[in-house]
Design a protein around this ligand. Structure first.
Ligand code: NAD
Ligand code: DAU
Length: 372
């Protein structure tokens, strides 16, 4: 079996669900269930004996050592992290605790377990660390995409904490020979994405008739990858990645934020058109038409707000290493992936209302009120 951490969050839950459709190998899923962890993401596995959920912290060495001893996993995939840049700007402490201290404790505990394995299982064991393209910093307009040898230049408390965790993982390989793999991926989107992040926030706000807050000039560029393609890349790296190597993962889908928001609006205009005869009272912006559209459109809800401090201008991933070495390619284009995503949110509105708890509302007020 394998041990996954953070498997109740966005990417981790997609990974667990995907894994169990492809394989009968069981998963132990260790997750602290922070605001971002949600067992509803895994509701379809409630009666599935191949999924063993454990509520706990990656920094709890006693708990993790017990799980390793009991289940003897052949691999560990570390998704657990604090993941939202804006939250890291408001309060970096949790990021330092989980992303740096937590990863360190996990490495120490896994190292002790791994040292006790026999030669054969020791050789085949893998510690796969899931990281981000943000560790490389920000690209100028014409710079080439991030390759694995790009220097680290993290700019936010979030990316700095992930960079530190990557360095620890690297050091445990070089110093102790722990068989590690690291993946650095671009922006994911898809089902179960927590609506604090750009794409799901735009979808849920639009459907609620709320404004669509675009930071700064909206021209920042991200490289978008459908989450299931990230999951398939991780499976591939786990199966065939070379120990100690880093693999960049991306969808070759560079887009400015404003284009993403326009695309979401256009899909909603098509799939859930605004009524022409009467206007929902919740929508504060009138008229609902724009110079581009004689019909009511969600685009009219777009509002430019104060930028994120230290906002990285552009990310782009050069995924040629994983493509050439491991034969991985994304299955979705942005057009197919974003349509599936918008449709998923339309079909799963009870999931959305369940995650919009009091704590979620407090965060939204805190983050957006001060942006004016
Ligand atoms: P997420 O915030 O949706 O989920 C994180 C999960 O980790 C949650 O279930 C949370 O409860 C759990 N967790 C947090 N602290 C923990 C702790 N101390 N112990 C155990 N569990 C803990 O994040 P995500 O978007 O699913 O990202 C998963 C991983 O992928 C992160 O490491 C992130 O840095 C990385 N990543 C994310 C993206 C993206 O676009 N979302 C892109 C590249 C890399
Ligand atoms: O690049 C990978 C990273 O992508 C991951 O490591 C992070 O965990 C993940 O959260 C994501 O980080 P970003 O900061 O790029 O994602 P976010 O969805 O927060 O923002 C995407 C872009 O949209 C960014 O340029 C900021 C902008 N934005 C975001 C929000 C929430 C807005 O314009 N308005 C918003 O309300």
């Amino acid at each position: 079996m394998i041990l996954v951490t953070g498997g109740a969050g966005f990417i981790g839950a997609n990974f667990v669900l995907d894994w169990l459709t492809q394989s009968d190998e069981a998963i132990v899923n260790l997750d602290a269930l922070t605001y971002a962890g949600n067992l509803q993401n895994l509701a379809s596995l409630t009666a599935d004996p191949r999924h063993i959920f454990v509520h706990g912290d990656i920094a709890d060495s006693t708990l993790v050592a017990g799980l390793l001893a009991q289940h003897q996993p052949r691999a560990l995939i570390n998704f657990a992290a604090e993941s939202h840049v804006d939250r890291s700007i408001h309060g970096p402490e949790d990021f330092i605790q989980t992303n740096i201290v937590g990863t360190f404790r996990l490495l120490e505990t896994v190292r002790a377990y791994w040292n006790g394995l026999n030669d054969e299982t020791k050789q085949s064991f893998r510690f796969l660390h899931v990281s981000t393209d943000e560790v490389y910093g920000s690209l100028a307009k014409d710079e080439p995409a991030f390759s694995e040898t790009r220097r680290y230049e993290p700019n936010s408390p979030y990316s700095a904490s992930k960079a530190a965790s990557d360095h620890l993982v690297r050091a445990y390989h070089h110093t102790y020979s722990l068989p590690v793999l690291t993946t650095n991926c671009s922006n994911n989107y898809g089902p179960y994405h927590f609506p604090e992040k750009l794409i799901p926030l735009m979808i849920v706000n639009a459907l609620a008739g709320k404004s669509l807050p675009v930071y700064g000039d909206g021209q920042q560029i991200r490289d978008w990858l459908y989450v299931k393609d990230h999951c398939s890349a991780i499976r591939r790296v786990l199966a065939a990645g070379r120990v100690g190597e880093v693999y960049n993962i991306g969808g070759c889908n560079e887009k400015p934020n404003i284009e993403i928001v326009h695309t979401v609006c256009a899909l909603l205009d098509e799939l859930r058109p605004l009524p022409t005869s009467h206007l929902p009272l919740t929508i504060p912006h009138l008229p609902l038409t724009t110079p581009h559209s004689p019909l009511p459109t969600y685009r009219s809800l777009i509002t430019y707000v104060t930028d994120r401090p230290g906002h990285d201008r552009r990310y782009a991933i050069d995924a040629s290493k994983i493509e050439h070495e491991l034969g991985w390619k994304p299955a979705e284009t942005f057009a197919t992936g974003i349509r599936k995503t918008v449709q998923w949110y339309l079909d799963n509105q009870s999931w959305v209302s369940n995650v919009q708890s009091g704590a979620y509302r407090t965060w939204v007020e805190k983050n957006y009120q001060e942006r004016g």
